[in-house]
Write a protein that binds this ligand. Structure first.
Ligand code: SF4
Length: 69
């Protein structure tokens, strides 16, 4: 299997997040938006690199991380 297509455990650290919504726009299948907290949330706890790559690249605060690294 291609490494980029392997599902990996993902975490979203909201500590540094400033709610720019970039990740939601880039990867709406993985990242949702909580209107009450005005912060993103993970729709599922694992993703392939391909699925989350654009959100990771656009996040100015490096909030996304694979936890198996
Ligand atoms: S791109 Fe990063 S800083 Fe912006 S809302 Fe998403 S997690 Fe927060």
């Amino acid at each position: 299997m291609n490494e980029a297509n392997r599902k990996r455990p993902l975490s979203l650290d909201l500590g540094p997040c400033h709610g720019c919504m970039g990740c939601v726009e880039m990867c709406p299948e993985i990242v949702g938006w909580d209107d009450e907290t005005e912060r993103p949330y993970l729709k599922r706890q694992e993703a392939t690199e391909e699925e989350i790559r654009d959100a990771m690249a656009c996040c100015p605060k490096d909030c996304f991380e694979f936890t198996d690294e």
